[in-house]
Design a protein around this ligand. Structure first.
Ligand code: NAD
Length: 357
């Protein structure tokens, strides 16, 4: 199996190095090819997503991505900025399903802004449709208002729309992910107000016929936002559209309070995916050897589960991460009194060691 390794900028190379060590410590053998992306791509080939990098990403079964971006590229024209590499990969590889788990290990419950009893042990997965909805719908723009009480004024407008096949494919991803977890799926919509989301609800209900082992519930987005802070552990898997998912996945990730711990995946229709930590390139701590590599190691575990079909190996990696946390090892971002502060490499060493035991 072939994995494209795209370390990127800032702390990207440091955290990717540890995830690659973890993959190499497993019983499986993977073919890995490394290529520059983001600022590193621009420096090497004059573009954040060089042709050679895109080719390697297209040919691979999965992509492990570090992070891109640095303030020194802020003056470049938009198309050449490091962050464009992510958009380019999503578009070229048709990565329409964004999976973001929010897991709060009991050992880190103090990091959340919510009461420990509300969040301790939290383990939910948010699936956000990534390539449609009001973010991409046409027409859009600023025009002269054609009717209504504000007729003749200037108005801004966007178009919310979802095609049936777009809803079906994200619903399949969600039901299949729920099957691999607690078999409960919450579809979040605004069907009481929006035609697009009444249609969404009808199609998700229809797809459910193929997944009768999964319990489906529908919830309005305003209620979902409330329940996420009131009783987040009620959820297992949440699926929703691009805009609602954008907001809810950030809300859910902050429940855990520790950005260095959160992995993510973006998948296509065949479960090929790009796996990356939810955080950025952290230029403020790059090169200091203090970045938390666990979000990237957990992203590698997601890659094993969703793209490479190696659920057992994914379980092993996740168990190793739990073990190092229970041993009290912490990088500075999650350090608390009474725990042992370690750097990026020591954390990687500890996960590799925990895998072997
Ligand atoms: P950031 O996530 O890089 O950093 C925010 C804060 O969290 C910083 O204080 C940083 O030190 C800390 N942090 C992040 N990851 C950490 C880790 N693994 N361990 C310990 N601490 C960690 O966000 P930012 O500062 O807003 O952005 C920095 C650069 O990253 C920008 O150029 C931005 O465009 C880019 N960015 C890239 C991605 C991506 O590659 N997917 C995502 C977000 C931001």
């Amino acid at each position: 199996m072939k994995i494209a390794i795209l370390p990127g900028d800032g702390i990207g190379p440091e955290i990717i190095e540890q995830a690659v060590r973890v993959l190499n410590a497993l019983d499986e053998k993977f073919e890995m090819e490394t290529a520059p992306v983001g600022g590193a791509g621009y420096e090497a080939h004059g573009h954040p997503l060089p042709e050679g990098t895109l080719k390697i990403a297209k040919e691979a079964d999965a992509i492990l991505f570090g992070a891109v971006g640095d303030w020194k590229y802020d003056k470049l024209e938009r198309a050449l900025r490091p962050e464009q590499a992510i958009l380019g990969l999503r578009k070229n590889l048709n990565l329409f399903a964004n999976l973001r788990p929010a897991i709060l290990y009991p050992e880190l419950a103090g990091a959340s802004t919510l009461k420990p009893e509300v969040v301790s042990g939290l383990d939910i997965l948010i699936i956000r449709e990534l390539t449609g909805d009001i973010y991409f719908g046409q027409p859009r723009g600023v025009r002269e208002c054609p009717d209504g009480p504000f007729k003749g004024e200037r108005e801004g407008f966007d178009t919310m729309r979802y095609a049936e096949s777009e809803i079906r494919r994200i619903a399949h991803v969600a039901f299949q992910a729920a099957r691999k977890r607690g078999k409960r799926l919450t579809s979040v919509d605004k069907a009481n107000v929006l035609e697009t989301f009444q249609f969404w609800k009808d199609i998700v209900t229809d797809v459910h016929k193929e997944y009768q082992d999964v319990v489906l519930e529908h919830m309005y987005v305003d209620n979902a936002a409330m329940q996420l802070v009131r009783a987040p552990k009620k959820f297992d898997v949440i699926v929703t559209g691009n805009m609602f998912g954008d907001i809810l996945s950030d809300e859910a990730s902050m429940l855990t309070g520790s950005i260095g711990m959160l992995p993510s995946a973006s998948l296509d229709a065949n479960n090929k995916g790009l796996y990356e930590p939810s955080h950025g390139s952290a230029p403020d701590i790059a090169g200091k050897g203090v970045a938390n590599p666990l979000a990237t190691i957990l992203s590698a575990a997601m890659m094993l589960r969703y793209s490479l079909n190696k659920a057992e190996q994914a379980d092993r990696v996740e168990a190793a991460v739990k073990k190092v946390l229970s041993q009290g090892l912490r990088t500075p971002d999650i350090h608390e009194e009474g725990t042992t502060k370690v750097g990026t490499k020591e954390m990687g060493d500890a996960v590799v060691k925990a895998l072997a035991s």
